[in-house]
Design a protein around this ligand. Structure first.
Ligand SMILES: *Cc1c(COP(=O)(O)O)cnc(C)c1O
Length: 245
């Protein structure tokens, strides 16, 4: 089990390196984020002890359950799932440094309120629904810039970039369009030169499409299955909870 995991991890690092080489990028520009939903803390620790530093969960419940077991192993935690406003307090309690899934003003405002109260700040990415699939969360591409402008006015939230889940398709060129769209939105935002907005990060690409994402400028690729193996829950359980598929 442990050997499999380490072997898978090596294979992913090689894929990242190869994709970078192919496009003339420096592998140090691309961070690997471990998507650890359903993975138990012992296995997450194996990856951390092998030198990985960035992990992320989709559900506050899982963040909470694994917190104690992981807190003494150095790492950074992001949140990449749909965040309900009634879970904000908890997310702040369990050491999440960045919410990659900010997709609506209501959530951003409630985060601001709570952070103000606790005298803290948090990093955020704006999640964009680049595949235009009803079942996915994320702000519509046409509304992304307006949302960034509004979130920028909330001083406790530090915008660092954009996140997307690409289209589920075996057609690489269709998936690529999602990543190109995210990059286009990033460039448009950079051109606006907004105060309190950094746009260095593009979190895009997963087990099946990380090469395409790196070719299109990803700075963070989020990988679960290819490292930890298949999950028992379908992704819809994590991605469109409370939404009509
Ligand atoms: C699960 C998940 C991933 C990783 O997906 P894999 O296909 O398992 O690599 C990436 N991003 C988000 C938002 C996820 O929920």
């Amino acid at each position: 089990m442990k050997e499999d995991l380490l072997h898978n991890l090596e294979a992913i690092l090689t894929r990242i390196k190869n994709a970078c080489e192919k496009t003339g990028r420096n592998p140090s520009e691309v961070k690997l984020l471990l998507a650890t939903k359903t993975v138990d803390p012992e296995r997450i620790k194996i990856a951390l002890q092998a030198g990985q530093t960035l992990i992320a969960e989709n559900k506050v419940q899982e963040v909470k359950e694994k917190y104690e077991a992981l807190k003494d192993t150095p790492h950074t935690s992001h949140f990449i799932g749909h965040l309900q406003t009634n879970k904000i307090k908890e997310i702040l309690r369990y050491g999440i440094s960045c919410v990659e899934s900010v997709d609506r003003l209501d959530l951003a405002e409630k985060l601001q309120q709570r952070l103000e109260f606790e005298d803290k700040t948090i990093e955020v990415f704006i999640q964009v629904n680049t595949s235009d699939e009803e079942s996915k969360f994320g702000v519509h591409p046409s509304e992304a810039i307006a949302l960034v402008k509004k979130v920028a006015a909330l001083p406790r939230l530090k915008i660092k970039g954009l996140m997307t889940i690409g289209l589920f398709s075996a057609e690489t060129e269709e998936v690529r369009k999602c990543f190109q769209l995210l990059r286009k939105i990033q460039q448009d935002i950079i051109a606006l030169n907004l105060p309190n907005v950094e746009m260095n990060e593009l979190s895009m690409g997963m087990s099946g499409d990380l090469e395409t994402a790196i070719e299109e400028g990803a700075t963070i690729v989020r990988v679960g299955t290819a490292i930890f193996g298949q999950r028992i829950y379908p992704d819809s359980y994590y991605w469109n909870e409370g939404k009509q598929a």
